[in-house]
Design a protein around this ligand. Structure first.
Ligand SMILES: O=C[C@H](O)[C@H](O)[C@H](O)COP(=O)(O)O
Length: 262
């Protein structure tokens, strides 16, 4: 079958393909969640198959664990390794300081635990995810189901006290029921339009009883790999300040796509 990817999928593939160049033999890897991270798992599986690369993966969701196992990427639990060499994950938004909004796929809790426990975190994203200021993407906050309406009211009050002008908070639904995360929690999406002080907001939200974790990743990401639909990639390292431009061969994306029978 001849697979034709959309420009956005080509961009995600390009970023994912480039990111697996950072993976070395014997590494313990955090594997992110979402459509871009799924490309990374596919590219990693290809390296395992073709080069005999040996890695141990920790998945950040049941979806990623299922995909990785299906493709032959070895998966262990977080408690089996405790610490990781590298995590590669997608993001919903990233700003010039590589602060992120994550959780569009409801996996932010495991993603944050895994990324924080990694020596390095690489975010892979298409160019549209880059923003000057975080907040256009609604900020996901994971809350326990018990008393979630009270938690939501406390969040709204907190946003008011921080002078956040736009503060629409919505319970994320899965058809007619509240969406449940892998841990059985709910997600509240905070439509704030712009987040003036992401560091402060991340800290304050986590003080509210009932909040388990929020989708702001502050000072966690080290490198972003930005992909474009024509195969161009940019690698930006926040620690060294280095920026490198390159490109990946998009022809291989169709092979991976076809190999998977998609
Ligand atoms: O909960 C999901 C994650 O944070 C994803 O990494 C994020 O939503 C980006 O997903 P995608 O690559 O599908 O845009």
């Amino acid at each position: 079958m001849t697979a034709e990817l959309s420009p956005i999928d080509k961009a995600k593939y390009a970023a994912a393909r480039k990111s697996v160049d950072f993976v070395e033999n014997g590494m313990k890897l955090g594997l992110g969640t979402g459509s871009t991270a799924a490309w990374m798992v596919r590219c990693l599986a290809e390296r395992i198959r073709n080069e005999g690369l040996k890695v141990t993966g920790v998945a950040t969701s049941s979806r990623t664990a299922d995909l990785a196992r299906e493709l032959g990427v070895p998966i262990v639990g977080m408690d089996d390794v405790k610490w990781l060499d590298l995590t590669i994950d997608g993001a919903d938004e990233f700003d010039p300081n590589l602060n992120l909004i994550k959780g569009g796929g409801a996996a932010l809790l495991q993603e944050k635990i895994v990324a924080t426990a990694s020596d390095r975190m690489i975010v892979i994203a298409d160019a549209a995810k880059e923003v000057a200021q975080l907040g256009a993407f609604p900020l996901p906050v994971e809350v326990v189901p018990f008393g979630w309406r009270t938690t939501m009211a406390l969040i709204e009050e907190t946003l008011y006290s921080l002078d956040v002008l736009n503060r629409e908070v919505a319970l994320r639904m899965d058809e007619s029921r509240p969406l449940k995360t892998d841990e059985g929690n709910f997600i509240l999406d905070l439509n704030l339009r712009r987040i003036g002080n992401p560091r402060q907001l991340a800290l304050v939200l986590n003080q509210i009883p009932g909040v388990v974790e929020n989708g702001l990743f502050i000072d966690i990401c080290d490198i972003v790999v930005i992909g474009n639909g024509d195969g161009r990639v940019t690698v930006r390292d926040i620690n060294s300040g280095r920026v490198e431009d390159g490109s990946v061969d998009l022809a291989q994306s169709a092979n991976i796509f076809a190999d998977l029978g998609e």
